[in-house]
Design a protein around this ligand. Structure first.
Ligand code: AGP
Length: 610
């Protein structure tokens, strides 16, 4: 969601902040702005739409200065207009602030500030923060006023404050929304996410909730909201700047789809051996305890939830552990019954998704253990969990999750197999077969990527359709849900729905008419024949069947209007391989429809509000 960048250093501040904001564009936004201290006062420039609008305005009428804060806004309170865009300033224009999150008690705070004579210009919840700082700063030194303000806020925030009275420093804080400090040579950044600073430094400080930070060109000082110093060691980020660039691909999404053989390999590296699966000492100990759990609850949102649904099939069938799967936003409000014998597995690419984070907190409050399957080191969920299986997929920039999803599935395979082994649920021959099969997965995904020309042809053939169904059974059912999500996410012109193929007859089939495209996942499985019958049911109603089938399946040809073959694998691993044509299909349909693939309208990469 919103992107924050604050910069203090010797480089030209406007271009530096704009460059960092560009690297956060993937988060999704609808307006952008910057505030610069020019040695005398604060100047603000905001524009609706994309960063290029702001950049064009700054080129036409430049701003110059010594330090700056920038922002890309994803509207929550108030439409995406210039007035509502950040930074927001106090009544006198001497303070400027950018914010990510939602201030839940803004209405009460606003009423009391209006009563004290403050003048509001926007409809945002954010504006109360800057007026509160102004109010407290009448009687307190600025850093104290800033921290005092934060204590009045309910909800979530990451903020960055620029004050004309203190032109060598910026102030930041976080609670429920991400904020990192980038420590460069003679320059310091505050940013919503690591890719914003990677071009300048890999040395970062992660803030915890309820912590504040003051940054200057020389470094950073972290404190509690009460002002008590906090010792925090910097971490060295393993990602480099190249991993957050398009590398000659037309879109980040396409680049990330093609990275999958390597990213899956990275998820397996150091863990999958010829005869065993091991993790670091701490995780091994955690998994040993976990193998005695009576029940697992997998939670996540969107694509991560779909990974959880695949995990349910894997863990119940292979590791013989009872599993529930919940959409995190429902889990946190349904009053789940948790105890010491339950482990909650939180699946998340970003580690910052508000609902998943709330689910993790709830689980811990009720005494359950939490394992995170997460891509971002140092993220909120990774730090709250009792143990973390990092997916090591590298930065995922496109809003539509692809490589993070297949790495989540790979981590779930590792988890399933090691728990199954610890529980004595996997016979020796099956164990050897599974391990050998998992070793092969990166190569199978590489081969699956070769189907791109066939997928592209199918995508172009059906690109003008406006409704799609995706159907599958067993492991292919969550794959169908994920395929439909990919398409509707990046191609907002299209309605796409995933169903369990067996559910078709219970309602959705009523809509099938001539030419209605249905993507069938019909790879090798114990329910293959049933899926073949479902395909016939659609064809009998003149629907068009785009079938994804296992290489060498001659029988399927007569059932398909368009046919895409993927390499054969154990059913357990098939969701990883089958994800590839689904991702490519969504990508090429969206491309044929000229959609904004990496930044679809209304969507954000990291959903840090409820
Ligand atoms: C995936 O394509 C979506 N962008 C979205 O559903 C995403 O998976 C969801 O918001 C969860 O994000 P997380 O993995 O960072 O928690």
């Amino acid at each position: 969601m919103c992107g924050i960048v604050g910069y203090v250093g010797k480089s030209p501040v406007v271009s530096t902040v704009l460059d960092s904001l560009r690297r956060l564009e993937y988060r999704g936004y609808d307006s952008a702005g910057i505030a610069v201290f020019n040695g005398h006062g604060i100047q603000v420039r905001k524009r609706t739409g994309k960063l290029k609008e702001l950049a064009a305005s700054l080129q036409h009428q430049p701003l110059e200065g010594r330090l700056a804060v920038g922002h890309t806004r994803w509207a929550t309170h108030g439409e995406p207009t210039e007035l509502n865009a950040h930074p927001h300033t106090d009544c006198r224009g001497e303070l400027a602030l950018v914010h990510n999150g939602i201030i839940e008690n803004y209405a009460q705070l606003k009423a009391s500030l209006l009563a004290r004579g403050h003048r509001f210009r926007s409809q945002t919840d954010t504006e109360v923060i800057i007026h509160l700082v102004e109010e407290y700063a009448k009687r307190l030194p600025l850093p104290v006023a800033f921290r005092r303000t934060l204590q009045d806020l309910r909800g979530s925030y990451a903020v960055c404050l620029l004050a004309a009275s203190d032109p060598k420093r910026l102030y930041g804080a976080r609670c429920g929304s991400p904020l990192v400090v980038g420590l460069g040579r003679g320059e310091t950044f505050l940013a919503s996410d690591v890719p914003a600073v990677l071009a300048r430094t890999r040395k970062v400080l992660y803030l915890n909730d309820q912590e504040a930070v003051e940054i200057s060109a020389e470094g950073a000082r972290v404190t509690t909201l009460e002002g008590k110093p906090v010792a925090r060691k910097p971490s060295l980020v393993a990602w480099d700047v190249a991993s957050a660039q398009k590398d000659g691909h037309a879109h980040f999404m396409l680049k990330e789809i093609h990275e999958q053989p390597a990213t899956i390999e990275q998820t397996l590296t150091g863990r999958l051996g010829r005869a065993q699966i091991t993790f670091d000492r701490r995780t091994n100990a955690f998994l040993k305890e976990l193998s005695r759990a009576e029940r697992l609850i997998l939670i996540g949102c969107g694509t991560a939830y779909h990974a959880g649904l695949v995990g349910e099939y894997m863990l119940e069938e292979v590791a013989k552990i009872p599993v529930d799967v919940d959409v995190a936003s429902e889990f946190r409000y349904r009053g789940p019954m948790l105890d010491r014998n339950t482990t909650v597995v939180a699946i998340t690419q970003s580690g910052e998704t508000a609902d998943t984070l709330a689910g993790v907190k709830l689980a811990k409050e009720q005494g359950a253990k939490v394992l995170a399957i997460c891509n971002v080191m140092g993220s909120s969920i990774a730090r709250q969990a009792d143990a973390v299986l990092y997916t090591h997929a590298g930065p995922e920039i496109a809003v539509a999750s692809t490589k993070a999803y297949t790495s989540q599935l790979t981590a779930l395979c590792l988890l399933t197999l090691s728990l199954g082994k610890l529980r004595g649920a996997i016979p020796a021959a099956a164990w050897r077969r599974y391990l050998a099969g998992l070793q092969e997965v990166p190569e199978l995904v590489r081969r699956a990527l070769r189907v791109e020309p066939a997928v592209k042809r199918a995508a172009q053939r059906y690109a003008s359709a406006r409704d799609f169904y995706y159907l599958g059974r067993r492991y292919n059912y969550p794959s169908a849900l994920e395929g439909a999500l990919k398409l509707k996410e990046i191609c907002p012109l299209i309605h796409a729905e995933g169903y369990a193929a067996g559910e078709m007859k219970h309602g959705p089939i009523s809509l099938i008419r001539r030419g209605w495209p249905v993507v069938f996942l019909a790879t090798e499985s114990p329910v293959y024949d049933k899926v073949a019958s479902n395909i016939e049911e659609v064809r009998a109603r003149k629907g068009e069947c785009i079938v994804i089938a296992s290489e060498g399946d001659r029988n399927i040809r007569r059932h398909a209007d368009a046919l895409i073959f993927v390499p054969r694998t154990e059913e357990l691993f098939s969701p990883i391989v089958n994800a590839v044509p689904l991702q490519l299909f969504a990508y090429h349909v969206a491309r044929a429809n000229r959609c904004d693939i990496d930044q679809p309208p209304n969507l954000a990469k990291s959903v840090t509000v409820e």
